[in-house]
Design a protein. Structure first.
Length: 364
């Protein structure tokens, strides 16, 4: 009876999570629609600028070399905006088609009862679709901002081509102030609506209730009883037995020293991997099964990054590699430290037959 009540509660929670995911799906597709409309507008205006050739500028003018640069930037702007348009359109077409309003482990409801935009994926694929649409939205935004920057530089080159030097310098200064003001405005607005002010990350709202099993679906991250022998996520959910610990951490890139949110997974075999989401393939990994591995807590002083950090140093006969991560609380850091140290201690207690340390630190 108690087990039946637990399953009933879990089913109700999963249903509510799916409804929330459906609203997020609609939000992200609407965002992509706005980006696609703006990208199409800028692509059209850049296409028109390819036909500009002012009659007041002679072919022998010293400023005529700006025409080549303006036309090159115009073609780059068109290409970037068309790429943005393609990413947005194909994501809006295929993302909702993957999603499905269903609960893992339960029979799918009749097709006629489902909305037409969310009916094709396997049961429980709503969270997977939302996660991947979220990643594609970030890509579309980056392409859009790159196209807009090229558009501004192109306009500066057109001014240098058509107008006297004094007027061209004034126009360039105005555009430079516009770029700085735009960057400051974006930072100010995003900080006011950032989840970090509440001690949260956007990824915490993207990665929940992913179904167990399946070749393309990640294991459950959203509560509920896991399989027999399941271990615990940093934060409380169940994972398969071959995973010792997993969860979101901030990772410092190896070369640019930038901080990014990454989903880390520590396997029972001693492999620590990270990815952009629990549904994405690994972007890199560290093998803790050989070499000299040191795990030490540190204090991170970077703005906007949690202060509770860890360094994971892997030393072998040829190289020393270091991974720097940070988390939101001392308890989570201690949990990761114990899990990593247990892998190292277990390996030290057994005869070593493993290969040298493998790592891909070039991908953030």
């Amino acid at each position: 009876m108690i087990q039946a009540n637990v399953r009933s509660t879990q089913t109700m929670v999963n249903q509510r999570a799916t409804e929330i995911r459906f609203k997020e799906l609609t939000l992200f597709t609407d965002n992509l629609g706005v980006i696609a409309s703006l990208a199409a507008f800028f692509a059209e205006t850049s296409l028109e600028s390819l036909y500009i050739e002012p009659e007041t500028v002679s072919k022998e003018s010293a400023t005529n070399h700006f025409s080549t640069l303006a036309w090159i930037l115009s073609s780059v702007t068109i290409s970037l905006n068309l790429l943005t348009l393609l990413v947005a359109i194909y994501t809006m077409l295929h993302g909702p088609a993957l999603a499905r309003r269903g609960v893992p482990g339960r029979p799918a409801p009749a097709r006629r009862r489902l909305p037409p935009q969310a009916i094709r994926g396997p049961a429980g694929s709503m969270a997977l679709a939302v996660s991947r649409i979220f990643v594609q939205r970030k890509l579309a935004l980056r392409l859009f901002w790159a196209g807009l920057l090229c558009k501004v530089v192109q306009a500066t080159c057109l001014a240098a081509w058509r107008y006297p030097p004094e007027a061209a310098i004034t126009v360039a200064a105005v555009f430079a102030l516009f770029v700085v003001a735009t960057y400051g405005t974006i930072k100010r607005v995003t900080s006011k609506f950032s989840f970090r002010q509440f001690g949260l990350r956007r990824e915490d709202f993207i990665e929940i209730a992913l179904p167990q099993g399946g070749s393309n679906l990640p294991p459950d991250v959203g509560g509920g009883a896991g399989p027999a022998g399941a271990t615990v996520v940093a934060g409380g959910s169940a994972r398969p037995a071959n995973v010792t610990l997993c969860g979101w951490l901030m990772k410092q890139s190896a070369y640019l020293k930038r901080w990014n949110s990454r989903y880390f997974t520590l396997s029972a075999s001693g492999e620590l991997s990270w990815s952009s989401s629990s549904a994405a393939p690994p972007r890199g990994y560290v093998s803790l099964s050989s070499g000299d591995v040191q795990v030490a807590p540190i204090t991170v002083a970077s703005p906007g990054v949690p202060a509770f950090g860890l360094t994971i140093s892997c030393r072998d006969a040829t190289a020393v590699q270091e991974l720097v991560v940070a988390t939101d609380s001392n308890e989570t850091r201690a949990q990761w430290s114990r899990a990593l140290q247990s892998i190292v201690n277990r390996r030290a207690a057994a005869p070593s037959t493993a290969n040298p340390v493998h790592q891909n630190m070039s991908i953030n």
